[in-house]
Design a protein around this ligand. Structure first.
Ligand code: DQA
Length: 143
C-alpha cells in the first residue's frame, strides 16, 4: 500500500514563501523527493496539498485501509487543529510529522503541536530534506 504525503495550508507557496525560513525548493520538489525516496523502498506515494481543512480531513478518512503510513507537514494546523489530530488516528497507521523550519527556534505558538502526541516521531529544522528522513523512518516502521 502507498505512503500518504500530506501538506497543509500555504505549503503550495513553497519556494517563494519566506525563502529565508523555508528555502527555495518548491512543493513539486518535495513531492519528487518523497516519491524517489519511497520508490527506493518499493513504495508508491499518494500526495495531497490543500489549504482547506475539511478537504484534508476527508482525504484522511478516505485513506483508511488504503495506505501503509503517513508523512505529514500540517503547516499552521499543527498548532490549531484538534480535528486534524482526531482524523489522523482513524487510519491506524504510523505517522511521521515534518516541519521544514525549526519550529522550536521561532515564535512560542509554534512549539505546541496537536499532531506530535499521535506521531511516531517529529522532524523539524532540516529544510525539505526532512521529508526524505521522514520517509526513510516511515519505511522502517512499516516494513
Ligand atoms: C511549518 C511550520 C509551521 O509553524 C508553519 O505554520 C508552516 C510550516 C514548517 O514546515 O516549518 O506553515 O509546518
Amino acid at each position: 500500500l502507498p505512503i500518504l504525503l500530506l501538506n497543509g495550508p500555504n505549503l503550495n507557496m513553497l519556494g517563494t514563501r519566506q525563502p529565508e525560513v523555508y528555502g527555495s525548493h518548491t512543493l513539486d520538489d518535495v513531492v519528487s523527493l518523497v516519491e524517489r525516496t519511497a520508490a527506493e523502498a518499493g513504495f508508491g506515494v499518494q500526495a495531497l496539498q490543500t489549504n482547506h481543512e475539511g478537504v484534508m480531513l476527508d482525504a484522511i478518512h478516505a485513506a483508511r485501509g488504503a495506505i501503509s503510513g503517513i508523512v505529514i507537514n500540517p503547516g499552521a494546523w499543527t498548532h490549531t487543529s484538534v480535528a486534524l489530530h482526531d482524523a489522523l488516528v482513524i487510519p491506524d497507521v504510523p505517522i511521521v510529522e515534518v516541519h521544514i523550519s525549526n519550529v522550536h527556534a521561532r515564535e512560542s505558538f509554534r512549539r505546541h503541536s496537536y499532531v506530535s502526541p499521535i506521531a511516531a516521531g517529529v522532524i523539524a529544522g532540516f529544510g525539505v530534506q526532512g521529508y526524505e528522513y521522514a520517509v526513510r523512518r516511515l519505511v522502517t516502521l512499516i516494513s
